[in-house]
Structures are given as C-alpha cells and as structure tokens.
Design a protein around this ligand. Structure first.
Ligand code: SF4
Length: 222
C-alpha cells in the first residue's frame, strides 16, 4: 500500500487540492484533525493580517497555546513583551503564575487552551484601542466557536468587559459565571499581572477562581 506523506496531506487539505481519488489511499481527517486544521487556517490568516496597525510594531503574532481539545479556554487582553518575543501567550512572569496555579491543582498547561483577544502586541503594552479590538475579535470568535468550550475564563478587566459586554469592573464580575456575548459561559478572574502587582490581596482570590473554574469543567476533582 502506498504511504501517505502527512505534510502533503495537510497541504492538500488546506488548499483543497486533494490528490486524484484513485491515488489517495489516506483516510479522511478525523474530527480532532479537522479542529486542528481549522484552527491552523485561522492562524495562517492572522500571520498575514493587516486589519489594524499592530502588526507593524509587533515582532510576531501570538495565536494560542495549549490544546483545543479541552473544556476550558483562558482569554486575556493582548500579548506582552515576552509573549511578543516567544510568539506564545502567557509565558512571561504573569503567565508563569497562571501555569503554576494550574499545576497546583494537578492540571498542566497543555490541558487547557490559552489565547488573547488581540493577536499582536500593542506598543509598550498600552491598552488596545476600540478599533484594534473590533478588528481582531473575529479571530477569537472563530477560535471559540470551533473549540466549543464548557467555560471561558476571562483573565482581567479588558477580557471580562469585552466578553460580558459590560462596564462592570473585574472586582464585581470575578468568581461568578456569566453568559458571554459569544454564547458560552464566562468565569472572570484577575489578570495574573494584576495579581503580581498586589499579590497578598489578589492571589488567594485568583487561586480560588482558577480552582473553581477547573472544578466546574471536571479538570480537577479536589
Ligand atoms: S492585532 Fe489582530 S486585527 Fe490587528 S493586525 Fe494583528 S491579527 Fe490583525
């Protein structure tokens, strides 16, 4: 039986150029492959996106980390400096705090999906403008609708305000489940960068929120 080159299969799938059916001995993509391929198509569009000016100042785009085969998605505001350097979300000091807190409850980072609303870093970590947010949110909407999570944890004020379409601050919305504009439940908590700035006051609340989110989706039984 002829062997199938996986890269050829991926290229053919992405371009729609399947080999001649008589020569195609590869099985159809499984549902999980379909999810990965669909997300990869979105990532490819992000790589060439010029819908706002942030691509001009960022080093690279930051799409996601972790697994899309998960009931739990974390959404932050935008990449920071370290994320811009590495091309991965939540890998700086704040991201390490998130990772350590997940691990405290026996959940490794690759069991959840992590992303931001903005896919390019705003210069000097300034808050994204409304125009930039509106330009980028279609990507997030597509990611979430493909993954179909049981719960989205909004990390910080900006993500919570966008996902809940509210002006209420994070101290009011955190630690409770809400209905989001994306049609999936949202459970807001502090951004880990804010936790680092006020560790004594915020870390116990942040830890409680992460624990509860993990329990709600069945990733932590403790
Ligand atoms: S931040 Fe979003 S909308 Fe702006 S260029 Fe990057 S991917 Fe496109």
């Amino acid at each position: 039986m002829a062997s199938c080159d996986p890269f050829l299969a991926l290229f053919c799938y992405l371009t729609g150029e399947w080999p001649h059916p008589l020569k195609n001995t590869s099985p159809l993509p499984s549902a999980s492959d379909e999810l990965l391929l669909s997300l990869e198509k979105i990532r490819q569009r992000v790589l060439t996106c010029t819908a706002c000016s942030l691509y001009q100042t960022a080093k690279q785009s930051v799409f996601s980390d972790g697994s899309p085969h998960t009931p739990l998605v974390f959404v932050g505001e935008a990449p920071g400096e370290e994320e811009d350097n590495q091309g991965l979300p939540f890998v700086g000091r704040a991201g390490k705090l998130l990772t350590a807190t997940l691990e405290k409850f026996g959940v490794s980072r690759n069991k959840v999906y992590i992303c931001n609303i903005l896919k390019h870093r705003p210069p000097n970590n300034r808050p994204p403008t409304l125009e930039e947010t509106l330009a980028c949110t279609p990507f997030l909407r597509e990611q979430i609708s493909l993954i179909q999570p049981k719960l989205i944890v909004a990390l910080g004020n900006s993500a919570a305000k966008y996902l809940l379409s509210t002006e209420d601050g994070i101290t009011k919305t955190r630690g409770k489940e809400h209905t989001s504009i994306l049609g999936f439940p949202v459970f807001p908590t502090f951004h880990p960068a804010a936790v680092l700035r006020n560790y004594t006051a915020y870390y116990p609340l942040f830890e409680t929120d992460i624990h509860e989110a993990l329990q709600r989706v069945g990733l932590c039984q403790r």
